[in-house]
Structure formats: C-alpha cells, structure tokens
Design a protein around this ligand. Structure first.
Ligand code: PLP
Ligand code: SF4
Length: 474
C-alpha cells in the first residue's frame, strides 16, 4: 500500500497557485525609441527626445501641426474629424511629442490617450442638462482671486493658468489655457501682485495648514517661482503641508530628467520643508498605464532618490480606464514606480466631454475589483467632487442613488450645509429616463424626488444615532 505523507498533502493544498504572466504586466514598460514610429520624429535621437525644451517647442496645438507630425499614418477623414473637434472644444489643445508617440495610430478612435487629449467631432455627445462651467464652484468659494478656501484647514492656490499639455476634460476650462471659440477665460496669470494678495490671505488665517499649489500646472512654474511660493508658504507658522500639483510626470517626464534648474529647486523646497518638519509633496495625474514608460520610471526614480513623495490623482473615464483590468494595471504600475495612488475621481460635469463620463455605479464596481489587488496604502479612494462645492466625498457615502434617473445625492457635514447632486451621463440611462431628461419639467421632478428620498434617509439615520444604543441601556 502506498503511503502518503499527510503533511505534504496539507502543504500542497495550502500552496498558492502560481500567478499568471499577466500579473506581472505592470513591470513591462515601453522602452527603446518608440517615438520613431511618428513620421516627423523618425530622425529624432534619444538625446533630442529627452530634451524638455524640444518637447515643449514641438507640442501640437493645431490640427495642421498634427497632420505635419503624423502625415499619412492616419487617413484623411480622421484629420477632418479632428479639425471639427478642435472647433467645438471648450479647452485649448496641447499635446507633447511624448504623448503623441504613445498613441496607437492604427486605432486612434479607441486609443485611451487620444480620447483624453485630441477631440474628434464624430464621438462628441450632448452635454448633460445640469452641466455648467465651474461646476465645482471654485470661484464662488474664492475669497481672493485664485485661492479657493472651501475646507477649513486646506486651500487650493491656482498659481498660474498654463499647463504643459491641455486635457480635453479639464474641470478648470473656465480659466486654464487660452481663450477658445467656446469659452472666454477668467484670468489667473502668474502675477506677483495677485500672489501677494493670496499669501496675505493665507497668513491671516491660522486654521489654514495645507496648501495645494495648482493651476494650471506647477510644471510651468519657473524655478524661481517655485522658490518664491515654497519659501513664502513654508515660512508661515500656520502652514504644515504643501502639495505641488502637476500633470507633468504623466505627459512630459523629460522635464524631470533634463530640466536640472527646475528639478533642483523643487528638491530644495522639499528639503527646506523637511528641515522645518513640514511636508512638501508632488501630486500628479496619470490616467492610463500606457502613460507610464521606461522614461517615466527613470523620472520617478530620480524624484524618489531625492526623497520626493509623489501621489496620483486619476479621473475615471469611459473608454480610458473604466475596466477592472486597466485600473488594476494602472494601480500596480504606479506602485511599481513609487507613485502612490491617492484618488480616483468620478468625472466632473465638464462641458464638451460627456463621451468621457461614466455612471457612479461604474465607479462603485471598479472600486470593489481594485481593493485587495495590492497594498492598502497604494489603493486609491474613489471620490466624487460634489458639484456645488460640497468637496470630495467617498462615492460609497451617498445618501441616495437612483440608478434609473442617474441622480446621486451627497451631504458633506464637515464642509458645507446642504445636499449635493451628481448626475450619471444621460447616454447610459434607460430610454425612459433619457426621455425624462429631455423634458425640463420632468428634470425638476426627478431632482425633487431624489432630494426628498435623501432627506428622509438622513432624518432616519440621524434619529437612529441620536437614540440611546440598546447596548448602553441598563
Ligand atoms: C481637492 C481640494 C483640496 C485638497 O483636498 P484633499 O482631499 O485633501 O486632497 C483642497 N481644496 C480644494 C478646493 C480642493 O478642490
Ligand atoms: S493639466 Fe490639469 S489643469 Fe491643465 S488642462 Fe490638464 S487637467 Fe486642466
């Protein structure tokens, strides 16, 4: 009779099956001279491609420049589609050669990077009826121009109005970029006088400890300006934390690798903060794993070596990162590069990009499939920045969510009184609900119903928590 060692059986049963090769895909970074596929860059060597000035100078801002770069890589009809898309876009357009080289031009309509940066008229959808410029009420909550003080202990400083690229979906299209045919912008230029007023306000509010420096984009601050902002804010007694917000690492890692003046100044401010026991970090914005190449990893490694913490804020977008597979790969790849996934935002209600929005349910489902994939501290929180100025809310904390009308309702007890409504995109609703949204009277009714349901639920839960717990009753 064969004897089996009972112990070895137990061991085998407990052994974890080997991970499939796909579990390691996050380490597989695009390397080599990938840009040479683009006709205009076929002669560009790696020294030139790494030069941040060359990247900035050769960024694409108009359809004819796109044509000049891509030539016959895409069919004529595509350019016509883009040309019309540019005309209708509320945002300026700016695409770096780095980004352009990462787009799959064999399949531009489906490509997740093309979808984010290059509008095509044929894919645009009508805006949601509740949509407005500045849906987050950033200007409404701004005591001085370019400083939004919504939460008690932290504020958002819009230091400038330009970026290394322009995203179609920018929530700040009311200010960022140059005027377009669609939008005349509020001016938030990097002017010393405006900054002085902002600094005075920050110094005058002892409860302010945490400043987000954004824009626009901190990548476009000159080295000297980083020094001015960093020095001034860190030397205020009340300030404990600074974050420089920039999409730069995701769209032009070259600057981190070759703009030594900028890099050294950023590191100097981080080090000054450390000496003062204050935190200075970089917040960035990767949305898709294809945005992370071997060059990106080198740039992130350079920051890591100098002790600069980098966190990521991502926007959930249809056809870009709304699948579990993509979101898992992005999260693992960011972690691999020592970038901490911090937030995934539900898409703001922004003009001209309804094709990019998803339902709240999509966010809820993705969060479930993401949590547990990697370290908890590298697992982002899914939030909705509540329209009307409620601030960021955990998507799961809604008081009410009507999946039929697509209305969700949030409260923000520690930020602002009232009820904040978020709206799923109309295209994703049933034909019945779509018909209701087409009728202004029905719109009001749907909102009233959602509000009434949310208020009832809040009343119920506050009564429940106000009554003595059965456990403490003796
Ligand atoms: C996002 C934001 C902040 C920072 O919020 P965190 O949740 O701490 O990242 C501060 N002020 C405003 C107005 C913001 O939109
Ligand atoms: S980088 Fe940020 S601020 Fe600039 S266009 Fe993109 S989303 Fe807007």
């Amino acid at each position: 009779m064969a004897t089996t060692n009972p112990l070895s059986v137990v061991t085998n049963a407990r052994e974890k099956p080997a991970a499939p090769a796909s579990a390691l895909a996050h380490r597989d970074l695009l390397d080599g001279e990938f840009w040479k596929r683009i006709p205009a860059y076929s002669e560009v060597d790696s020294e030139q491609f790494l030069d941040h000035k060359w990247q900035a100078k050769n960024s694409i801002t108009k359809p004819d420049k796109l044509l000049a770069a891509l030539q016959d890589l895409v069919p004529r009809e595509f350019y016509e589609d883009v040309e019309l898309g540019f005309k209708r876009a509320p945002m300026s357009i700016r695409v770096s050669p780095h980004l352009l080289s990462l787009i799959d031009w064999d399949n531009p309509y489906e490509d997740p990077l093309r979808r984010q940066f290059i509008p095509v008229a044929s894919r645009l959808l009508p805006d949601h009826p509740k949509l407005a410029l500045d849906s987050l009420h950033e200007q409404h909550d701004a005591p001085v121009d370019g400083l939004t003080h919504r939460y008690r202990d932290k504020a958002l400083f819009l230091a400038l109005d330009t970026c290394p690229v322009y995203c179609r979906f920018c929530t700040r299209s009311y200010a960022v970029g140059i005027d377009t045919e669609e939008v005349e912008k509020v001016s938030l230029k990097a002017k010393p006088q405006r900054w002085e007023t902002v600094f005075e306000y920050i110094a005058s509010r002892p409860e302010l400890e945490d400043i987000v420096i954004s824009g626009g984009d901190a990548f476009n601050l000159r080295a000297k300006q980083i020094r001015t902002i960093g020095d001034t804010l860190l030397n205020m007694d009340n300030i404990r934390r600074l974050r420089f917000a920039t999409k730069g690492p995701a769209v032009m890692p070259q600057k981190i690798l070759t703009d030594d003046e900028w890099f050294d100044e950023l590191v100097a401010i981080v080090e000054l903060g450390r000496r003062l026991h204050k935190e200075v970090v970089l917040h960035t914005h990767f949305n898709h794993p294809n945005e992370i190449t071997a060059l990106t990893k080198q740039a992130m490694d350079r920051l890591f070596e100098r002790g600069v913490t980098v966190r990521n804020q991502c926007v959930l977008q249809r056809g870009v990162n709304d699948s579990a597979e993509t979101m898992q790969l992005l999260t693992k790849r960011l972690s691999y590069c020592n970038v901490q996934p911090y937030y995934v935002y539900m898409h703001d209600l922004v003009k001209g990009v309804e094709d990019l929005r998803t339902t709240l349910q999509t966010g809820i489902d993705l969060e479930k499939q993401l949590r547990g994939v990697t370290a908890g501290f590298n697992t982002p929180t899914f939030v909705v920045d509540a329209p009307g100025g409620g601030g960021k809310r955990d998507i799961h904390s809604c008081e009410y969510y009507d999946r039929e009308t697509g209305i969700s309702v949030y409260t923000a007890p520690s930020v602002k009184e009232g009820y904040f409504l978020y709206y799923d995109p109309v295209y994703a609703l049933s034909p019945d609900a779509q018909a209701r949204w087409a009728d202004p009277a029905e719109r009001d009714k749907m909102e009233e119903e959602a509000l009434a349901a949310a208020k009832a639920r809040v009343r119920e839960t506050s009564q429940a928590s106000a009554s003595p717990s059965p456990l403490t009753e003796s």
